[in-house]
Design a protein around this ligand. Structure first.
Ligand code: SER
Length: 558
């Protein structure tokens, strides 16, 4: 069966069994706490939590996914960054018995024989999944038969995506020794503090990698031999001068990495992402540059990646018309990045050999750290990764937000007390906006472990009554013990909802927004306390002038 037939058969099978077929969602999820869509269930997350699904309580999809968690594994038989996930989902519609039966029936219908299955064995928080084991038992799978194994939390428990959400025990189906299908029983909600609460409505969330299914269904030794990859690999082989001579096993790994990464790049660019040094753009740059470098290893000529990208488009253009629609953008972006990188690659390699440090290679020559690490491994050189990470983090913070930098400059340290003053500053500004008017802005902020100092625009001295009202409002919000929430969202979205105190151009594309109900919504780098109740009593101790049209408040927490 071709991958197209497998995809179609899957959806048809579940449609026949009462599921609504829902198109793949974007690779960029609505949930701001995750960078990419990594699973089919993400677009349905809210329906697992009880919100009514417009598609009914049973759905199936083929979802575009992108995961960086397996990037180191790419090159073996079965790991990828971009892949398609076939899934059926139920939001209170059916439970374990039907989910397991449907999976077995579908695999039977395409003549795939299950090797063995795994079931959650239980731990301190969550009991052993006896029910699933019993259902499998009726289908001939049991510990006694040697085709059912119990596994722990690491292997047979899934979720949540992002910081919190639905999650639960899984049962996983293995064919020819590889996991092809993961059936998740969403029975719990895991909150930010990793606490589990049973969900009122039980859910089913399954995911099966189409590439792996195509591999086992076609009896192939690896996913790169399936029709989802073979046109790319063939093109690569005809282009790569090195491969004409002799294929080394390390070259095979290089081929696979190039094929995977070029595919991932095509899909990421089709979503409007451009290579850059932060967040999603950095991931894109990282996979593109890695593909280019492995291309060099195999002797690919300049612009050969474009030919490979065209193969990706051919494979998927009928399934995902959105990539065909952006063909020109995709090819241009790849070509531009190739040119940019080629310019610096050789010089960077020279500097690397001279011993230039990993962070300098990153900032000056655009070498992703993974590239430097790979080069170092090839040459037997040690890289101080901790030092790099430290510098890299600082760098990202600086490029992300001038505001963050200013705030950090104003912070003596990140101790508990200064964190409290930081949150108190947000409450103070919000209170002033309510009492004095929405046009109040931050003109300066300085925080120590003893007090906060805050400068703002206002034409005259505040009256005693105004000072009192502001203080009372802050204290009321502290008493309400409101949760301080942080979301990371694109800047354009943030500017619609949040107040900003600095030039928006200084912020990166993805920004942090701290929310204290709707009372205070600010772009800010943090850190903040978890709840306003932690602040204690707020007291304004001084109100004075700090220049023309600028007033200054000093306040303490006691
Ligand atoms: N959410 C699960 C996974 O990603 C099953 O779909 O594996």
């Amino acid at each position: 069966m071709t991958s197209k037939e497998l995809r179609d058969n899957f959806l048809k099978f579940f449609e026949k069994n009462g599921h609504a077929i829902v198109p793949s969602s974007s690779l960029l999820p609505a949930d701001p706490s995750v960078l990419f869509t990594t699973a089919g269930m993400q677009q349905f997350k809210q329906y697992f939590l009880g919100e009514k699904s417009p598609y009914g309580d049973k759905v199936a999809s083929c979802q575009k996914c992108f995961r960086t968690s397996d990037i180191e594994e790419v090159g073996d038989e079965r790991h990828l960054t971009f892949f398609e996930m076939l899934g059926n989902f139920s939001f209170g519609g059916y439970g374990k018995e039907k989910a397991i039966k449907l999976a077995k029936d579908f695999l039977d219908s395409i003549n795939i024989k299950i090797n063995y299955v795994t079931v959650f064995g239980g731990d301190r928080d969550i009991p052993k999944d006896e029910e699933s084991a019993k259902i499998w038992g009726k289908l001939g799978f049991s510990e006694a038969n040697g085709n059912l194994r119990f596994e722990g939390r690491k292997d047979n428990f899934w979720g949540p995506t992002g910081e919190e959400g639905p999650c639960g025990p899984t049962t996983e189906i293995y064919v020819h020794g590889i996991e092809i299908w993961n059936l998740v029983f969403n029975e719990y909600y895991q909150d930010k503090d990793k606490k589990f609460t049973p969900l009122k409505q039980k859910g089913v969330d399954t995911g099966m990698g189409l590439e792996r299914l195509a591999m086992v269904s076609g009896g192939k030794a690896n996913i790169f031999e399936t029709d989802l990859f073979s046109p790319i690999i063939s093109e690569l082989r005809s282009l790569a001068s090195k491969l004409e001579a002799k294929l080394l096993s390390s070259d095979e790994k290089a081929e696979r990495i190039i094929a995977d990464h070029i595919k991932g790049a095509v899909f990421l660019i089709s979503e409007g992402i451009a290579p850059s040094n932060v967040e999603r753009g950095y991931i894109l740059r990282r996979i593109l540059r890695r593909a280019i470098r492995y291309g060099n290893v195999l002797g690919l000529a300049e612009h050969n990646l474009i030919a490979l990208a065209k193969k990706v488009l051919e494979i998927y253009k009928d399934v995902y018309p959105e990539i065909a629609a952006r063909e020109a953008d995709i090819l241009t972006a790849i070509q531009n990045e190739e040119e940019k990188f080629k310019k610096t690659l050789n010089e960077g390699l020279r500097q690397f050999e001279k011993g230039l440090d990993a962070f300098e290679l990153y900032t000056t020559y655009g070498f992703p750290i993974e590239l430097t690490l790979e080069l170092a491994k090839e040459k037997g050189i040690q890289i101080n990764i901790e030092e790099f990470n430290k510098k890299f983090k600082e760098h990202q913070e600086i490029s992300r937000a001038g505001a963050e930098k200013k705030f950090k400059g104003g912070l003596a340290d990140h101790s508990e007390k200064t964190t409290k003053y930081h949150t108190a500053t947000h409450l103070l500004l919000a209170a002033m906006r309510e009492i004095l008017g929405p046009e109040i802005y931050q003109k300066g902020s300085n925080i120590t472990a003893e007090r906060l100092r805050f400068d703002f625009n206002y034409p005259q001295r505040l009256s005693e009554g105004q000072v009192e009202k502001i203080g009372n409002l802050v204290n009321r919000k502290i008493k309400e013990d409101i949760a301080v929430e942080m979301i990371e969202i694109p800047k354009s979205e943030a500017l619609k909802i949040a107040k900003i105190s600095f030039d928006p151009a200084k912020y990166g594309e993805i920004v942090k927004v701290y929310k204290i109900n709707d009372f205070s919504i600010e772009l800010c780098g943090g850190p903040h306390v978890k709840r306003t109740g932690e602040l204690g009593h707020f007291k304004i101790i001084k109100e004075e002038s700090s220049g023309a049209g600028i007033r200054r408040i000093r306040a303490i927490l006691e």
